[in-house]
Ligand binder design. Structure first.
Ligand SMILES: [Zn+2]
Length: 204
């Protein structure tokens, strides 16, 4: 009885805004408007847009989504990603792939689901053409140089329908940019033209 289960879970876990604790799903409208401040940085040749700084309420929501598997925050994350995507122009979105370990642990690829939500809002199209070709370590705790070594040559991309097709690389949090750099390398090797990236949050 899914409705009874949902009602029971709601009693146990009341849905509160992770910013101000008012009744809301993940973030209330006011907190969402406050944190959504698109910003950009360069990662090599990539122009990267993020909807927010990785701090405060956005950090709370991303930790809930990544570490506590809170699927109910997906709508808010889709709205934030869409705000970053509005600053980019390519029609095709390519999400970075989950590591094999993350996929095993979670049984799904939540970033792809969030990219689909953002694509619906912005009228884009999601093409999950990237995958890992060898195991990579969890990047938590690695230095920038170790992250780059960990990811070098780790991805492979399916070729685009049209050689030289532009795309936006999509990730959740951009830290050192090692993931985006490897994604760009693999996409270029397959014949894509990735000049832009979009993320929910940038670590600054
Ligand atoms: Zn709030």
């Amino acid at each position: 009885m899914p409705s009874l289960l949902a009602a029971t879970l709601d009693l146990v876990l009341p849905r509160r805004c992770l910013g101000c604790a008012s009744p809301a799903e993940a973030l209330c409208r006011r907190c969402l408007a406050t944190v959504c401040r698109p910003r950009s940085r360069r990662v090599g040749a990539l122009s990267v847009w993020g909807a927010a700084e990785y701090a405060g309420a956005v950090q709370e929501v991303l930790v809930a989504y990544k570490e506590r598997d809170r699927r109910d925050v997906g709508r808010v994350l889709g709205v934030l990603l869409a705000a970053a995507l509005e600053r980019t122009s390519a029609a095709v979105l390519v999400p970075v792939p989950p590591s094999a370990a993350a996929l095993r642990r979670r049984g799904a690829d939540p970033l792809r689901a969030i990219a689909r939500r953002a694509a619906r809002i912005t009228g884009r199209q999601v093409r999950p053409v990237l995958r890992h070709v060898r195991p990579v370590l969890d990047s938590v705790g690695l230095t920038a140089a170790e992250r780059a070594t960990n990811l070098a040559g780790a991805m492979w991309a399916r070729a685009p329908d049209v050689p030289g097709q532009a795309c936006v690389i999509v990730d959740d949090i951009v830290t050192t940019g090692a993931t985006l750099s490897e994604a760009r390398r693999a996409l270029r090797a397959a014949g894509w033209r990735p000049a832009e990236a979009a993320a929910i949050a940038l670590v600054t």
